[in-house]
Design a protein around this ligand. Structure first.
Ligand SMILES: C[S@@+](CC[C@H](N)C(=O)[O-])C[C@H]1O[C@@H](n2cnc3c(N)ncnc32)[C@H](O)[C@@H]1O
Length: 261
């Protein structure tokens, strides 16, 4: 799997350093460029005019070093203090709940990957079970939607201890930027999904910059969409869709990329 990641990462880096750089607003070292990290809360002009749903498009690949992070310290230590705050605003949260309402199978068995004390699920909707994964016991224990939860550092161990076909759907909200072995994790997610189950990966425009992987820091929102689609495609998900749930004009932007097992 790491060979696949390396091949993917090298190739996307090439794409970024050539054609995609201007569109993504990226400047890179080694080619007469400097790194320009995307600031929080910027709304790229293209997002306002983007159709609210689009289908798959060709993706460039990724480079070696793209999945490095600035803070190489233990992630479990970083997440040890409980942070009972929200990372997206109320209107983005409401939009996400509405999207979940339309896509997640009522009564299904769900997994909330990279969860905390909120899952953003529609409050009136019942599910057979919601398994939460995260990094902090206090946060996960405070999440009223979780029927079970577990802690696992996916950058150390991406293998998920569930049977094949165990889940009907999955969510991963504002966490994908921290994954250093995304294809291993996503492939594991596909393995534990029933056929056709949706994996909804959503993200906004902020992160803990020292913990986000290099390629995420180098890209803006459009590049993040391409990157997440690449993760899904390369780990075998199909029927990819992109939904702009909040365009960022009056609050946090929020995009959901969904793939089906
Ligand atoms: C910004 S929070 C998002 C939490 C939640 N999904 C939400 O919507 O509020 C990012 C989460 O990513 C998860 N995370 C970060 N690094 C991780 C790692 N190395 N392994 C597993 N999960 C990690 C943690 O659970 C962390 O709380």
């Amino acid at each position: 799997m790491s060979k696949v990641v390396d091949r993917v990462t090298r190739s996307l880096w090439r794409g970024i350093t050539t054609g995609c750089a201007a569109a993504a607003g990226i400047v890179l070292p080694g080619a007469g460029f400097r790194v320009c990290l995307c600031p929080n809360h910027t709304v790229p002009p293209w997002l306002k005019d983007m159709p609210h749903s689009m289908t798959d498009e060709a993706l460039p690949e990724l480079p070696l070093g793209a999945l490095d992070k600035l803070d190489t310290g233990d992630d479990l230590t970083f997440y040890a203090p409980p942070r009972l705050v929200t990372h997206i605003d109320e209107s983005a949260t409401a939009a996400l709940a509405g999207f979940y309402r339309s896509v997640l199978p009522a009564g299904g068995c769900l997994i909330d990957l990279m969860s905390r004390w909120v899952s953003h699920l529609p409050p009136e909707q019942a599910y057979a079970g919601v398994v939460g994964h995260g990094m902090n016991a206090t946060e996960l224990a405070a999440n009223p939607r979780l029927s079970h939860w577990f802690i696992q550092n996916l950058n150390e161990d991406p293998a998920l201890k569930f049977d094949d076909d165990a889940f009907d759907a999955a969510l991963c909200c504002v966490g994908v930027q921290y994954l250093q072995q995304p294809l291993s994790v996503f492939s594991e997610m596909r393995r534990i999904f029933a056929p056709g189950a949706p994996f909804i990966v959503s993200f906004s425009n902020r992160s803990f910059p020292t913990k986000a992987v290099a390629v995420w820091r180098a890209l803006e929102l459009r590049g993040h969409v391409a990157l997440v689609k690449l993760y899904l495609e390369w780990s075998g998900f199909g029927h990819l869709t992109v939904d702009v749930l909040a365009d960022g004009r009056s609050g946090d932007p929020l995009v959901a990329v969904t793939g089906r097992a």
